[in-house]
Ligand binder design. Structure first.
Ligand SMILES: NC(=O)C1=CN([C@@H]2O[C@H](COP(=O)(O)OP(=O)(O)OC[C@H]3O[C@@H](n4cnc5c(N)ncnc54)[C@H](O)[C@@H]3O)[C@@H](O)[C@H]2O)C=CC1
Ligand SMILES: O=C1[C@@H](O)[C@H](O)[C@@H](O)[C@H](O)[C@H]1O
Length: 338
């Protein structure tokens, strides 16, 4: 039974605790912490035998914690991931790995120095049945060489602390990781187009279009709309030389009534990616239980996504095309895009 400590008991922290206690196998949540002590106390109250720690560092040092799940805000990820590596404990860190590429590189260096993989990053689209099916079609060669991909990432709304740059660093960062994985290639440049501003966006520049260039010449466009009101809508279509392949419609039900055909749209990421998170966390548990290494998105993947995300932010600010340059990849990360 893998004993997991959770740092950050906000929205996704509580959702992952729910799945680890009610859905997944081979795991028990033994400790929690959050700077919002009242919330953490409430969450700990629902977990018989779990310890409430006042700091993340105390939780990481707890002998009753075999592995750490970091679900706190992005700027706090680096300190907890580095502390977990120093303690020799596997750590699953929600995206982004850290909020700057320099911080991600420090994590990569610490993991390489530790001599074994301890870090996995929460890029859950790689575990989604629809994305996996799309990748199988692309890899099979059935649509020919992939030339382009059209992506749509729409949120019904975003919290008040969401900033102009968050559209890239917090939202499109999922497409950045997914595209590296889908095409098996690095992203070499980013550009941002700014359409007419939505009246629903408040101070944000909403929507945006992020253009990504890949090493093999394919081009990916990502529409990012974060105040679309009607629901959470994630789409993707790969255009190949001989055909196209797109993610299927998400809804498990279609209603025909009163002269209309309709299907419900998910409210947010928890509903749309419910099963992907289940598979992602179960595979992580299974891989690290008994002292094994994680096999999902690595610290290097987290670093690569951060470099592209930084290029996207620079492109948003400058209006120019910004090339992406990665550091030399340590041989330690042998199969980064598989
Ligand atoms: N993979 C995915 O689809 C998703 C990933 N996320 C990621 O998960 C992380 C958390 O996001 P949410 O749960 O939506 O945010 P949230 O604001 O609901 O929860 C974050 C929690 O972290 C706590 N926290 C902040 N600083 C802390 C610190 N130094 N130590 C301990 N706790 C601290 C806050 O008090 C809060 O309770 C973010 O990195 C976000 O990008 C969030 C939503 C979906
Ligand atoms: O990761 C997520 C959130 O943090 C982010 O704010 C949303 O835009 C994404 O759709 C969601 O998947």
């Amino acid at each position: 039974m893998l004993k997991v400590g959770v740092i950050g008991t906000g929205m996704i922290g509580q959702d992952h605790i729910r799945r680890m206690t009610a859905v997944l196998a081979g795991v028990t949540v033994t400790a929690v912490t959050d700077v919002d002590v009242e919330t953490a106390k409430k969450v700990a109250g629902g977990l018989p035998g779990a310890t409430l720690h006042l700091t993340g560092e105390d939780l990481i040092a707890d002998p009753a914690v075999d592995a750490v799940l970091v679900c706190s805000w992005g700027p706090t990820h680096e300190q907890y991931v580095l502390a977990s590596i120093a303690a020799g404990k596997p750590v699953f860190c929600e995206k982004p790995l850290a909020t700057t590429q320099d911080a991600c590189l420090r994590i990569v260096e610490a993991e390489v120095a530790a001599g074994r993989r301890l870090v996995q990053v929460g890029y859950m689209r790689r575990y989604d049945a629809a994305y996996r099916a799309l990748k199988r079609v692309v890899d099979s060669g059935r649509i020919g060489v992939p030339l382009m991909m059209h992506c749509t990432h729409r949120n019904a709304g975003v919290p008040s602390f969401y900033e102009k740059e968050s559209a890239i660093t917090d939202t499109a960062v999922h497409e950045i990781d997914m595209v590296r994985w889908m095409f098996g290639e690095e992203i070499t440049a980013a550009q941002v187009l700014i359409p007419r501003k939505s009246r629903n966006g408040g101070p944000l520049q909403d929507p945006l279009i992020l253009i990504l260039e890949l090493a093999g010449g394919a081009i990916v466009d990502v529409e990012i709309s974060v105040n679309i009101r009607y629901g959470y809508d994630i789409r993707g279509e790969v255009v190949g030389e001989d055909g196209t392949a797109a993610l299927g419609e998400f809804s498990p039900v279609v209603v025909r009534a009163a002269g209309e055909r309709s299907a419900p749209i998910p409210l947010d990421w928890r509903e749309r990616f419910l099963l992907a998170y289940d598979v992602e966390i179960q595979e992580w548990i299974d891989s690290v239980a008994g002292g094994g290494e994680p096999v999902g998105p690595s610290a290097w993947d987290g670093y690569a996504a951060a470099v592209v995300s930084d290029a996207g932010v620079a492109a948003l600010r400058s209006g120019s095309r910004v090339p992406v340059t990665l550091a030399a990849q340590p041989t330690f990360y042998r199969a980064p895009l598989s």
